[in-house]
Design a protein around this ligand. Structure first.
Ligand code: GLY
Length: 566
């Protein structure tokens, strides 16, 4: 009898153990690049954030729960890009077949104006749109989380708990985070007058504890009061006080009236796959649809991965899509964008009519197409669950640590997203992107984004979830990663890690990562392309369903990106 009860106790204990959610140890954690899982998987820019998402899946939450918890944890453990003071986009394909796109992009404050970054001599002062209080749009992230919540199963208190714990008790920082904090100390000190968790006299080093008591208090106010815990009350008062100290524009009314918006997702077919991605105010979905439409009829798979033919075709598609982006795209609530025409097969066919495989194209000759009017820092996370839900979220402060302004007493960085507007037609932003009137600053307007959270469906079931940070290179990174899998048949991790190339119309050059093979580049140079080697392009997080129905999660080699699953 005793033997049986001991056995029973052991069986019960092992069952209970199997259902125990992963425990987060903020001081002992590991980056895991590749994880194969049967039930659910999360991949994000930080192992602790991926674990927070995994915990929610194991507690009975779905992919939306995991995405919310991961985002909130990223706001703590990845302050360079994870955020409460920024904005983002969520794209999901839900088990009931619904495509979902939630826009929580920042908005220009009501007091913003078209020429607010133009000085007396008529020159654009991009310092003001990039650093300090005037660079910040009205944050959207917390509104986005509450707009996503109806699709989740757990409570906000459950979803925010890991973030509160990590902020309040601290966590050990990685080598990359230490380097990022050290490199930005001077700007932090220059732009902040209040004490904060990020500035200290001695340099940060790997394994140091980052304690964020102010941020923990802000998270608790959100846990208790919902979105009003951020957009009203004490947190709002702290933001307004910070704006007053730094002569910023965000007011109590800007905060109170900010709203996330559900928008119809961009959905299109590439061969047998249906691709669901983000609409305006992101340029990502439209540009991705244009580029994929421009290359679809060519034999990419036969040409092969990083073959000169495939690369040249993709570069020319990128050139044309980015020229259109600069000319036509902006916040659809403010400008009329001819989306239907820009993405129609006829238009895309016409765009490629002057494509010449024997020589480099030219951005002087290839501007935006003719349309007749009928009338490094962002972060991405991908999640799939066992119920058939897939979620793709890209969220941003824009530059690393955003405006570098920490809201005094509230503990989070504000974005510098105003620089994603075209501050003056033709003047490049921090990513070298140019724009026109369509993306000019206006009160309450959302600045154009490149963020491209994307889901690929095969037979209407989630097949790939993908997305990346990287400013202007986001769209080309997603484009190449999808083709790496769909056309070039690369294993998931290789598809993510493969060196990337990028063309954005202006400047007329092909950027390639340092580790790109020299051979195809030599041939491209002979055809007349200017090749420029540069640092990392993107940090792509992918989950792909393999032929056995398992989830293959791949975190990008380029950062601390880490996968988790069960
Ligand atoms: N801040 C980068 C983007 O939204 O495109």
């Amino acid at each position: 009898m005793r033997t049986i009860s001991v056995l029973l106790a052991l069986i019960l204990a092992s069952t209970a153990y199997a259902q125990q959610p992963t425990q987060i140890n903020a001081y002992r954690y590991q980056v895991k690049k590749s994880v194969t899982a049967s039930h659910g998987a999360v991949v994000s820019a930080h192992p602790l954030a991926s674990q927070a998402g995994l915990q929610m899946l194991q507690q009975g939450g779905n992919a939306v729960d995991a995405a919310i918890a991961t985002q909130l944890a990223l706001a703590v453990v990845y302050p360079a890009a994870g955020n409460l003071g920024g904005g983002g986009f969520l794209v999901a394909h839900l088990k009931n077949g619904k495509d979902l796109a939630i826009d929580y992009r920042e908005k220009a404050p009501a007091a913003a104006s078209r020429d607010m970054y133009i000085d007396a001599s008529g020159n654009a002062n991009t310092k003001l749109s990039q650093d300090g209080h005037l660079a910040s749009g009205v944050p959207g992230t917390v509104a986005g989380i509450f707009a996503s919540l109806p699709y989740a199963k757990l409570t906000i208190q459950q979803l925010i708990a890991p973030a509160i714990m990590l902020a309040e008790k601290g966590f050990a920082i990685t080598e990359k985070e230490a380097a990022g904090l050290n490199a930005t100390q001077e700007l932090f000190s220059k732009l902040n007058t209040q004490p904060n968790a990020f500035v200290r006299k001695k340099p940060w080093k790997t394994g140091d504890t980052l304690l964020q008591k102010d941020l923990a208090a802000t998270l608790k106010r959100i846990s208790t009061n919902g979105r009003a815990g951020f957009y009203e009350g004490e947190t709002a008062a702290l933001i307004i006080a910070e704006m007053k100290r730094g002569k910023g524009l965000i007011t109590a009314a800007d905060l109170k009236t900010y709203e996330a918006k559900e928008r119809p997702a961009v959905s299109f077919y590439y061969k047998k796959y249906r691709i669901v991605t983000m609409p305006l105010p992101s340029s990502g979905g439209i540009a991705l649809q244009q580029m994929m439409g421009m290359v679809e009829k060519y034999p990419l798979a036969a040409w092969g991965f990083h073959s000169v033919n495939a690369m040249q075709l993709m570069i020319e598609a990128e050139r044309r899509a980015y020229a259109d982006r600069a000319q036509y795209l902006g916040d659809p609530d403010f400008v009329k964008v001819p989306v239907k025409q820009l993405t129609s097969p006829e238009y895309l066919h016409t765009r490629m009519e002057d494509y010449d495989p024997h020589r480099a194209g030219s951005s002087k000759q290839t501007g935006a197409g003719t349309v007749y009017y009928e009338s490094d820092e962002t972060t991405h996370l991908s999640v799939m669950d066992s119920e058939g839900n897939a979620v793709s979220v890209t969220t941003t402060l824009n530059g690393g640590y955003g405006s570098k302004v920490v809201v005094g007493g509230a503990g989070f960085f504000l974005n510098n997203e105003m620089d994603d507007f075209s501050v003056k037609p033709g003047v490049p932003n921090m990513y070298g992107l140019v724009g026109t009137e369509a993306n000019a600053v206006a009160p309450g307007k959302r600045m154009l984004s490149s963020m491209t959270p994307t889901i690929v469906l095969k037979k209407e079931k989630p097949y790939i979830v993908a997305g990346t940070p990287g400013g202007s290179t986001i769209i080309t990174s997603v484009f190449q990663t999808l083709l790496n899998i769909i056309e070039f048949n690369l294993p998931t991790q290789q598809a993510v890690d493969a060196p990337k190339f990028h063309h954005q119309w202006l400047p007329d050059q092909v950027d390639v990562e340092e580790d790109f093979d020299e051979m195809p580049l030599q041939y491209l140079k002979e055809k007349g392309y200017k090749i420029v080697r540069r640092g990392a392009i993107g940090r792509t997080e992918v989950i792909k369903v393999n032929s056995k129905g398992q989830l293959e999660a791949a975190g990008d080699k380029r950062g601390d990106d880490s996968a988790a699953g069960y």
